[in-house]
Design a protein around this ligand. Structure first.
Ligand SMILES: N[C@@H](CCC(=O)N[C@@H](CS)C(=O)NCC(=O)O)C(=O)O
Length: 238
């Protein structure tokens, strides 16, 4: 059975990490049995990050490579009915979510001045006592270095949230009036959008991006539809 090493649930999300949620959502959509391991230490992962999986003798990191592997190994047909253009759209939107949208989530939790004290309190709960207080500033410094190294952290706050709102508009346009991005059945892209959008919208952290997303009625209905279908045990707080 696939073992998924991930960050534990938080804020009504299956995982505090959108990348981990992406894999759990994919496993559920593809009906692949799995075991979730939530005390994962990223230092043990092949890429030094979560998520990673173990499947028989295979140990694999990075959500994109994991999805590629699972699709081949388990003959996943989720996207089988898509045209080449739809596949290209799904690929492009997936990259936007994992390579850019992720940083809006990071900003909302770690760097938005008004959210930091409550996120800090929550994050300390998953760190070892005493040591947690000492290492948290180091973790935050590392995250600041990562977002600046990416480049997005060098933008003004206003510019960053403008980018986020623009990306949300693109998702709204792609969804249109459909229940799911490519019609009446969920595909990989539905899982990707749900995992990242829910990670911005469900936690109790205000941001211009969250405000904007909440005004997109159809996108929010998609988020709720996916959430209730995949995680009926978790209350939807969006
Ligand atoms: N490209 C990776 C990114 C995963 C990622 O950034 N995970 C974060 C948690 S959301 C992490 O492990 N951060 C720890 C670190 O950077 O040290 C993927 O798609 O899985």
């Amino acid at each position: 059975m696939v073992r998924l090493f991930q960050v534990p649930p938080a804020y009504g999300l299956s995982s505090g990490s959108p990348f981990c949620a992406r894999i759990e959502v994919f496993l559920k959509l593809a009906n692949i049995p799995y075991e979730s391991v939530t005390d994962a230490d990223p230092r043990k992962s092949p890429k030094g990050k979560v998520p990673w999986i173990e499947d028989g003798g295979t140990v694999l990191g990075d959500s994109g490579f994991i999805i590629e592997y699972l699709t081949q190994k388990y003959n996943v047909e989720l996207d089988a009915g898509l045209t080449d253009t739809q596949r290209a759209i799904a690929h492009t939107a997936g990259r936007m979510l994992t390579e850019t949208f992720y940083w809006y989530i990071v900003q909302s939790r770690w760097l938005e001045p008004d959210n930091w004290s409550s996120f800090k309190r929550d994050f300390l709960k998953i760190l070892p006592p005493v040591i947690g207080t000492l290492i948290l500033p180091m973790i935050r410094k590392k995250i600041r270095g990562q977002i600046n190294g990416h480049g997005i952290g060098l933008h003004t706050r206003d510019e960053l949230w403008r980018m986020c709102c623009r990306d949300i508009d693109v998702l709204t346009t792609l969804l249109g009036d459909n229940d799911y991005f490519f019609g009446d059945k969920p595909t990989t892209l539905d899982g990707d959008v749900y995992s990242f959008l829910a990670s911005l919208v469900l936690p109790p952290f205000a941001s211009p991006g969250k405000d904007h997303a909440k005004k997109q009625a159809k996108l929010m209905a998609h988020c709720r539809r996916m959430h209730e279908q995949l995680f009926p045990e978790l209350t939807f707080t969006g």
